[in-house]
Design a protein. Structure first.
Length: 333
């Protein structure tokens, strides 16, 4: 998170307002409207402020008026923005926790500026806010943002819950338990199935990573099975997390760990996937721990061999097209 991105966004909107343009509420700016509070806030919160179209920024800047009057207005508006930021920070940040919120201050400042001007945040803006908290490892503020989202009348989607699960990674074992609670809450079905939110591959990936960090091998392997039960296809990252779980110090010496890891590896090969570096090191460590050096060599050899059915395998060079012979017409002399 970079402060200059938030400052640039706020400065852009100062110029938009001074030029007489009205900020929109659409997430994606159109050719006839300036970029909205929501779109710029989402861009800043996800660390991609440069994704705002340069043409829209240039159009807004062209309409800005220079002079002392504009500077005075900008200073007054900056003070109002600071007040709005403090107001929106209050539900999330206590006075004792204020130093820990410095990394998120610019994000919440833009969010407060947006709400101060009466622009209603949509689901994408709240999701960006939750994800920004998750990137900063602040699970408490991520849950606070989700609460603000529901009180605003918006229904969380799979991105909301996945970002919230991602935020739980910073709290260790307690975070793993809370992540499981969120995972179960998002799948609760009502009588009309209105609140059921099916998890995605990304949801399982973050949840498996949290339990791997908590040294919970059984839970990681169970989640790999649940992933398939939901009709989702595991990726190379899912398989890698499962292999790393089998190679954890607490279970690495068990004979079942190598058998399970070998079965996972064979299934991954059958799915046309290729080991990443983490998965390769984990499987190699298991093989050497159980003195299966020939298996370790085979795994390394299969990873380095070109395989037409393996995604991400070494690329084979395309044969150069043969040059067609050219025939010249014999003209009469």
């Amino acid at each position: 998170m970079q402060a200059r991105d938030a400052d640039a966004a706020l400065a852009l909107f100062e110029r938009i307002r001074s030029s007489g343009l009205v900020p929109t509420t659409s997430l994606v700016p159109t050719a006839s409207s300036p970029p909205s509070f929501t779109s710029l806030f989402a861009a800043i919160a996800t660390g991609a402020a440069n994704s705002v179209p340069a043409s829209d920024a240039a159009a807004a800047a062209e309409g800005a008026e220079a002079g002392a009057a504009e500077s005075a207005a900008a200073e007054a508006s900056a003070a109002e923005a600071a007040e709005g930021a403090a107001a929106v920070l209050q539900p999330f940040v206590s006075s004792a926790e204020a130093p820990a919120a410095r990394e998120l201050l610019q994000v919440f400042a833009v969010f407060g500026e947006m709400r101060k001007h009466g622009v209603r945040a949509d689901r994408a803006a709240y999701n960006a806010l939750i994800n920004a908290c998750a990137e900063a490892g602040d699970a408490a503020r991520a849950e606070g943002a989700l609460g603000q989202m529901t009180r605003a009348g918006l229904t969380p989607d799979v991105i909301s819950y996945t970002s919230l699960i991602k935020a739980c990674a910073a709290t260790g074992g307690e975070g793993a338990a809370r992540a499981d609670e969120i995972f179960n809450e998002m799948q609760q079905r009502t009588n009309h199935f209105s609140t059921f939110t099916p998890p995605s591959e990304r949801t399982f990936r973050h949840l498996m990573a949290i339990h791997l960090a908590a040294n919970s091998t059984g839970r990681v392997l169970a989640l790999l099975g649940e992933l398939r039960a939901h009709g989702l296809a595991p990726s190379a990252t899912h398989y890698s997390l499962a292999l790393r779980a089998c190679a954890l110090p607490g279970v690495c010496a068990l004979p079942e760990s190598l058998l399970r890891a070998t079965a996972i590896y064979e299934q991954m090969r059958a799915d046309g996937l290729r080991l990443d570096t983490h998965g390769l090191l984990a499987l190699d460590r298991l093989c050497r721990r159980h003195k299966r050096h020939e298996l370790a060599q085979r795994v390394r050899r299969e990873r380095s061999m070109p395989h037409p059915d393996v995604v991400g395998g070494p690329r084979r060079r395309r044969p150069k097209p043969r040059r067609q012979p050219t025939f010249t017409r014999a003209w009469p002399s």
